[in-house]
Design a protein around this ligand. Structure first.
Ligand code: ASP
Ligand code: MG
Length: 405
């Protein structure tokens, strides 16, 4: 008998057939005596559809109202999942994030969990009920509805597993686990039996849309070991846990492609102290997270100027553009170029710490493919390049073949 947290993503609850399938799996665990907490996402496409509706009315809707709107997606699925369990005779109760005791800060659309008091959940489990919790949402101390950022149901599941000291945390999705690359783009990709938090974190933050990065950070911090597996079969998935020594033998664990970034370039900003500080402080104040930053060497002699480029998440492009436009009088750039036609290609592996020549091999592979590199960034366990979107998948296949083929 174990306490299990299971999370089902949007595609796993995408229609009534799939929801019935989830209910059947939950019922099996319940029948063998386990206590089961189920976290569900909105049905696939629902969150995107709601965002689209709001944007038809206004390009930058109020973030408070967006949370009110988006939280309805998960509220639909918790009720449907509970109903599907009732239909097969399993006692189940649905709960919103607030009812489940998930308290967040007040940063709408990107709220952070401050604490979880799972008292009510424990009571219901003690009555042998399956508890279905709405992912992705919480409530501030003042009672405002908040959401945890796109993909936030993963965070709900991991945080609940930590708060409940669950024996097992399973993240069910529509793939069999974490792959060396997205198999839809790279057919040769292989499923990994295990991966370290840090590698998973890089892959998640780099756009291998397996899990929300914040949820993996949270798991690392609280030592929540979890399994990513498919809701469509019984194959074992990928175990995500702290790095073990033999993990370093593999140089590159995976290759990922993030198509969800956009690039802004401030052309000919004055090259003098304080400019970068001003730009990135303003972006930070607007709660925008900037990923890669590249500043060129000065051009011109009289009053030196430089180009400053950075990337933000694609959905944040309009907001970032506005921040930059508002800075024009202070930061006298000549023009701003914004583009969504980029892809960020990355290789990740804890083995990079102890192997050399990895960057050279990656760049050489891209050169052979005739793919131009626009920006580069590296960390101890990853190398990322920004390339033209139209060539990005071709580049990914070549790099995967070079390191993992
Ligand atoms: N429904 C939310 C989203 O699409 C949260 C989630 O799926 O985890 O981002
Ligand atoms: Mg998701």
């Amino acid at each position: 008998m174990a306490l299990i947290v299971q999370k089902y993503g949007g595609s796993s609850v995408g229609n009534s057939e799939r929801i019935r399938n989830v209910a059947a799996r939950v019922a099996q665990y319940h029948a063998r005596g386990d206590s089961v907490v189920v976290v569900v996402s909105a049905m696939s496409g629902v969150t995107d559809g709601l965002i689209k509706l709001a944007k038809e009315l206004m390009p930058l809707p109020s973030e408070r109202e967006m949370d009110m709107l988006l939280a309805t997606g998960e509220q639909t699925t918790i009720a449907l999942t509970a109903i599907a369990l009732h239909a097969i005779g399993v006692p189940a109760v649905s709960m919103t994030g607030a009812q489940a005791g998930i308290v967040t800060d007040g940063v709408h659309t990107k709220a952070k969990i401050q604490n979880i008091t799972p008292k009510k959940i424990k009571e219901l489990l003690a009555e042998r009920k399956v508890v279905i919790v709405a992912g992705f949402q919480g409530q501030t101390r003042e009672g405002q509805v908040t959401t945890l950022g796109r993909g936030g149901s993963d965070l709900t599941a991991i945080a609940l597993a930590a708060a409940l000291k669950a024996d097992l945390c399973q993240i069910y999705t529509d793939v069999d686990g974490v792959y060396t690359a997205d198999p839809r783009i790279v057919p040769e990709a292989r499923k990994l039996a295990e991966i370290s938090y840090d590698e998973m974190l890089e892959l998640a933050s780099l756009g291998a849309k397996v899990m929300q990065s914040r949820s993996v950070e949270f798991a690392k911090k609280f030592g929540v070991i979890f399994e990513v597996r498919s809701s469509l079969n019984d194959n074992p998935g990928t175990i995500v846990k702290e790095e073990t020594r033999n993990m370093e033998d593999v140089v590159v664990r995976g290759v990922s492609l993030d198509k969800n970034q956009a690039k802004l370039t401030l052309v000919a900003v004055p090259d003098k102290p304080g400019i970068a500080a001003r730009v990135f402080k303003a972006l930070g104040d607007a709660n925008l997270s900037v990923d890669m930053i590249v500043q060129n060497i000065s051009h011109g002699t009289g009053s030196p100027a430089t180009d400053l480029s950075f990337t933000v998440d694609k959905p944040d492009l309009l907001k970032a553009r506005k921040v930059i436009d508002d800075l024009h009088s202070e930061v006298a750039y000549v023009q701003v170029i914004a583009t969504e036609n980029i892809g960020k290609l990355s290789i990740v592996g804890v083995g990079m710490k102890s192997h050399t020549g990895v960057a050279g091999k990656m760049f050489d592979t891209l050169a052979r493919e005739g793919v131009n590199i626009d920006m580069i960034s590296t960390s101890e366990i990853k190398i990322s390049v920004v390339v033209e979107l139209a060539r990005a998948e071709q580049a990914m296949k070549a790099v995967h073949a070079a390191f993992l083929g």
